[in-house]
Design a protein around this ligand. Structure first.
Ligand SMILES: CC(C)(COP(=O)(O)OP(=O)(O)OC[C@H]1O[C@@H](n2cnc3c(N)ncnc32)[C@H](O)[C@@H]1OP(=O)(O)O)[C@@H](O)C(=O)NCCC(=O)NCCS
Length: 188
């Protein structure tokens, strides 16, 4: 099993077969998916699970499973991804993203995991910049971006092309960014 990083309370690692239930839970819970147009069926969730697990295994970049360190209990994901959103974002842009089961919100787990994922991206993958984007009203996600030292770059805010016209309130996204040379990053 690939371990990406360990923090005080968490492990960031590749996904295990036994994580599939948790992965589907976070993709189908209406509260967790409030800012997404679609909830995923089990089959869709399994297909994305396979794609992410393969990406981590082959490139080291992916939305890593986040597990409680003591029990190795999966609680969600936090990691890096190449969003392929040209022309809104340049070709090789790497984003950081997260999604946690609701019962684990409010404990600082994502902030802890995201700091480790940023360090991993900058040090092990030599990335010059990592971005993150969210629906304008997704204040919890934006708060994580701010806590980990990312800054809003309003000139790069955009209307997400994958959001259907049936959900206009989910289209506008804010973009935050942090660069490798940014001294405001705390390395965990
Ligand atoms: C976005 C999301 C991951 C944020 O989760 P979160 O638990 O709020 O984020 P953190 O892990 O940083 O925790 C911060 C909270 O834990 C609290 N906390 C408790 N113990 C803490 C600790 N030891 N360290 C830091 N914060 C702690 C903070 O005070 C804060 O609580 P508050 O929001 O009530 O002020 C979560 O809401 C989620 O999964 N949302 C759905 C998916 C989604 O929208 N993803 C983003 C798409 S762009």
């Amino acid at each position: 099993m690939t371990v990406i990083a360990a923090t005080e309370r968490l492990v960031l690692r590749n996904w295990l077969e036994s994580d599939r239930d948790l992965f589907h839970e976070i993709n189908s819970d209406p509260e967790v998916m409030e800012f997404f147009a679609h909830r995923r069926t089990r089959a869709e969730s399994d297909e994305v699970f396979d794609r992410i697990r393969d990406a981590i295994a082959t490139t080291g970049i992916g939305f890593y499973a986040v597990a409680l360190r003591d029990l190795d209990e999966p609680i969600g994901f936090c990691g890096l991804w190449v969003p392929e959103l040209e022309p809104f974002l340049p070709k090789d842009t790497v984003e950081i993203g997260w999604r946690l089961a609701k019962r684990h919100w409010g404990k600082g787990y994502v902030t802890e995991a995201a700091k480790a994922a940023l360090t991993h991206g900058f040090i092990n993958h030599d990335l010059p910049e990592i971005v993150s984007f969210a629906v304008t009203d997704n204040h919890r996600s934006i708060a994580v971006m701010q806590r980990i030292g990312m800054r809003h770059d309003s000139a790069r805010d955009f209307d997400h092309p994958s959001v259907p016209d049936s959900h206009p309130h989910l289209k506008r996204h804010v973009l935050y960014a942090v660069s490798r040379d940014d001294r405001s990053i705390e390395p965990r």
